[in-house]
Design a protein around this ligand. Sequence first.
Ligand code: PEP
Length: 257
Amino acid sequence: MSDRTPIIAGNWKMHRDHLEAIQLVQKLAYHLQADDYEGQEVVVCPPFVSLRSVQTLLQSDKLPIALGAQTCHAEDEGAFTGETSAPMLARLDVKYVIAGHSERRALFGETDDVVNAKLKAIQRHGMRPILCVGETLEEREAGRAVEVVVEQLRGSLAGVTLKDAADLVVAYEPVWAIGTGRTATSDDAQELCSAVRGELGELFGQAIAAGTRIQYGGSVKPGNIRELMGQPDVDGALVGGASLSSEDFALIVAHRR
Ligand code: PEP
């Protein structure tokens, strides 16, 4: 099995202005010990307007936290009012960009084709996508969870080269568990993360599949992170609500203590 350094990422969504963002990262760093960063990656994904402030803080305080963004446009530049491009993010030392979050898919009409184009833009500019996939409650109850996730993977990853596939992070995020307080059981999370790995094997071969980091996301909290991380195919977490509390996010990052 290849090395899969665990990755814990906080998706702040549309929360916190840039001053609050600085405070949140400072408090997070205060709660964490040097050991907590060892052997795993910690990522924060603030709103666009806070990226520059957080980047400056991370650099000046030499904090081992990577900067992430929540989305980007597929084109490098152009007449796309209100949008932000991948090269702009890369210039801010953004390392990870979330692609295809279920809120983007549901509220902003992002199809697998759109997600695919964004994912390629992210990779073209040397950043790593965190590709989100996940089924709705209806789809799960109809027994279609695996089918839906496989379809999203195939569509979102169409035409991605083997070289680029090696840099991918996938987040399995059942839509019914996002922001609802309802977490998938660790068995459900394992089953679907294993299905994701199986499909990556079909698409890119076993070596890539075995080395790809797969996160679980959906109401991850300090109380459930340890069990989720104990699953063989869960290599990290994408955390929404709980990442807005420095104490809770620190407890999640420090789950091995
Ligand atoms: C998310 O936004 O990706 C997420 C998983 O949110 P929450 O942790 O609040 O369910």
